[in-house]
Design a protein around this ligand. Structure first.
Ligand code: DX5
Ligand code: ZN
Length: 215
């Protein structure tokens, strides 16, 4: 299996964003994970559309946008215009997740949906045919640098099995507290892709950090 790594910009040096992005691009990262927080869905505010747009002008990396915002349906077209390749929103934040997934796909962008640690995997089963990606949060969303909650990993296994049972090809991504010491259990549980903020941007050698997550 091809293990993908998506460094989260949240842990980058915000005073040198463009250099930080070039650095992980050269280091062989698969996606750039962009955590958008509104201070309402999660108790933190990160960055928004202008930052995504500014970075888009400087890199061809795949932009994996993780919306931790209320009413995500209102913003998907603007994130597409800003340069998102993949837009993931939270099941818990959406009144009509099926429609939002369809709307994202109709923009020509890959559609993802995410669940917080307290939300069961089964809540996503009926939506899987509409998804290109499922993002399982392995910490409570809102902050980088937290400890992985191992009890969330079963959901990757359950979702992997259900994706196969339905005959679909949905990418499984895990996000939060993933580092070189635990990435192997996250991949073994069923993830195709892991997000890592601290483990990549906190390292002096990002290529080495990415390789360590894959090994
Ligand atoms: C948390 C974010 C994550 C986070 C990952 O709400 O969705 O992407 O930044 O950071 P680390 O790898 O430091 O847990
Ligand atoms: Zn994220």
């Amino acid at each position: 299996m091809n293990k993908k790594i998506a460094p989260s910009l949240l842990s980058a040096d915000f005073g040198r964003l463009f250099e930080e992005v070039s650095d992980i691009e050269q280091a062989g990262a698969d996606y750039l994970h962009l955590d958008i927080m509104d201070g309402v869905f999660v108790p933190n505010i990160s960055f928004g559309l202008p930052v995504v747009k500014a970075l888009r002008a400087h890199t061809n990396m795949i932009f994996d946008v993780h919306l931790m915002i209320v009413q995500p349906q209102k913003y998907i077209a603007r994130f597409k215009d800003a340069g998102a390749d993949l837009i993931t929103f939270h099941l818990e934040a959406s009144d009509d997740p099926a429609q939002t997934l369809r709307d994202i796909r109709s923009l020509g962008v890959r559609a993802g949906i995410s669940i917080k640690p307290g939300t069961p995997a089964e809540a996503l089963f009926p939506l899987l045919p509409l998804c290109d990606l499922v993002l399982v949060m392995t910490v409570e969303p809102g902050f980088g640098g937290q400890k992985l909650m191992e009890e969330t990993l079963d959901k990757l296994t359950v979702l992997r099995r259900e994706i196969l049972r339905q005959g679909l090809s949905v990418e499984l991504e895990a996000d939060g507290g993933i580092n070189a010491a635990n990435a192997h259990i996250v991949f073994a549980a069923g993830a195709d892709t892991v997000v890592a903020g601290t483990a990549v941007f906190g390292a002096a050698d990002r290529a080495e950090a990415i390789a360590a997550l894959r090994s």
